[in-house]
Design a protein around this ligand. Structure first.
Ligand SMILES: Nc1ncnc2c1ncn2[C@@H]1O[C@H](COP(=O)(O)OP(=O)(O)OP(=O)(O)O)[C@@H](O)[C@H]1O
Ligand SMILES: [Mg+2]
Length: 452
């Protein structure tokens, strides 16, 4: 390799060099009425200019006199760039015009700048084609401002959000992922995001910071992902109310939804945040994630489990929840020699084994429930069979009014904790088997604690 071929190769990070070499060769041939190719020296000088090196710096790297380089530029590269970018002859007034004009002509690679922070790595990803297509339609084609991925813990919201961003890297100039699991104050979150977007003069007022961010969202297409919004929501409440100190998130999301810009805020949450009811419309929507469906069989395949005829039953029993299925598959591998049939034989319909990490997750979610929500899930767990509205109402000593019961059931549905069954002109409610089992298990544990 020639010495000059090695110079300024870093230009290739931001510039489509192959295309530029080709187009500038054509421009050279037009300009010189010949079939001459771009020389290695010309290519090196071009790369240097694209990396913002001045002719003086480039001359030094080439061990040339500055004047020789100037002659080379004025006879060659400057004229070819003018031809290529449709400028008049001798229009170049500064070496900086080269990068500016070529960028304007679209030769700079639009590389997204991603800030993933501590986003988890995705090792395997199965199914979710429908949800990915929905996201693509809403975010890429219809330019929604706010999309919320909803679903119970472990159903795959974070994984889907990351997958979508990875598949659409080149649609966005910036992709910024933030984990809300540790419930950061909005005041602490915004400066980092604005800093990443190269904002130098950060206003102190939070509303001005939001306005500034929206300005960035207007000038560049960005994808912001806020993962795990449920951490900001209140405990002992119907689904979706923010804790007092995080109420400005609601205002923030509303502004992102309503104001004009070209970007998207993708949220993930176990519970639907309250303000989504109000901002839903043309620019905001949510997507509910349910069972992974048949694709979950790939998890069993990956883990090397046997008895594929029982796999469907496993998926149903664990509500197609990839976290639960991953955890249980490991148990089957370790303790049941990989046999799903043996495992299912050991844990009947009402003895669904809930993996410990999953129990922790549910415990956290149950903390957020209102008292009536807790009573209803407990009723459904004790009853085991699906219950209709009347039966649930009757279960309480002083009958609960429908005006209280309906919002509470809606809230439980929004938390993906209850399943609504419609059959024979009757609507009834039940819990997913895994949640049922968890509640029965915790009731028993509480009782035995009392007995002690
Ligand atoms: N489509 C998928 N294919 C394969 N594995 C998946 C898929 N989706 C999720 N998983 C796996 O399931 C587990 C849980 O996924 P994830 O963390 O995305 O769930 P979540 O809905 O964000 O949960 P939480 O509400 O607790 O944050 C992870 O180990 C992930 O790798
Ligand atoms: Mg998550």
């Amino acid at each position: 390799m020639k010495f000059e071929d090695q110079l300024f190769q870093e230009a290739g990070v931001n510039w489509d060099l192959e295309k530029l070499y080709l187009k500038l060769t054509q421009a050279k041939q037009l300009h010189t009425f010949s079939s001459a190719q771009l020389t290695a020296i010309e290519k090196a000088i071009l790369r240097g200019l694209l990396c913002n090196y001045s002719p003086k710096d480039i001359a030094k790297h080439l061990h040339w006199a500055l004047n020789s380089l100037r002659v080379e530029l004025t006879r060659g590269l400057y004229r070819y760039v003018e031809t290529l970018t449709a400028h008049d002859l001798n229009a170049i007034k500064s070496w900086r015009n080269i990068a500016q004009w070529l960028e304007a002509a679209g030769y700079k690679i639009l590389q997204p700048r991603c800030d993933w922070q501590e986003a988890p790595e995705i090792s395997s990803f199965y199914g979710r084609e429908t949800e990915l297509a929905q996201l693509e339609k809403k975010i890429i084609q219809n330019k929604y401002h706010v999309i919320t991925l909803l679903g119970m813990g472990g159903i795959g919201k974070t994984t889907l959000g990351i997958k979508f961003a990875q598949q659409n890297l080149y649609e966005f100039k910036y992709i910024i992922w933030r984990n809300l699991a540790h419930a950061p104050m909005l005041e602490d979150l915004l400066p980092g995001i604005l800093g990443f977007l190269n904002c130098n003069n950060l206003p102190t007022d939070i509303n001005e910071q939001i306005s500034l961010l929206i300005e960035y969202l207007r000038s560049s297409r960005c994808l912001l992902i806020f993962d795990g919004l449920e951490a900001l929501l209140g405990v002992n409440h119907l689904a979706g109310f923010y804790q007092e100190k995080y109420s400005n998130y609601s205002h923030f999301i509303k502004r992102i939804s309503e104001e004009s810009h070209q970007s998207c805020l993708l949220l993930t949450s176990q519970d639907e945040p309250m303000n989504m009811y109000f901002v839903r419309g043309n620019k905001a929507d949510s997507i509910q994630l349910g069972s992974l469906g048949d694709a979950a069989k790939e998890i069993f395949r990956e883990k090397g489990l046997s008895d594929s005829n029982c796999w469907q039953k496993m998926i149903e029993r664990y509500g197609g929840n990839p976290l639960a299925l991953n955890l249980v598959s490991t148990t089957i591998k370790d303790l049941f020699d990989g046999s799903v049939a043996l495992f299912l034989g050991a844990n009947t319909e009402l003895e669904v084994i809930v993996p410990t990490p999953f129990q922790k997750l549910l415990k956290e979610q149950f903390k957020r429930l209102s008292d009536l929500e807790k009573q209803i899930v407990s009723t459904l767990a004790t009853n085991r069979q699906p219950m209709n509205l009347k039966q649930i109402q009757m279960h309480f000593e002083s009958q609960v009014s429908l005006s209280k019961l309906l919002p509470t059931l809606t809230s439980l549905k929004k938390r993906s904790l209850i399943v609504v069954l419609a059959a024979e002109n009757q609507i009834s409610f039940t819990l997913q088997p895994m949640i049922m089992k968890y509640l029965i298990f915790t009731h028993r544990a509480e009782k035995s604690r009392v007995n002690i």
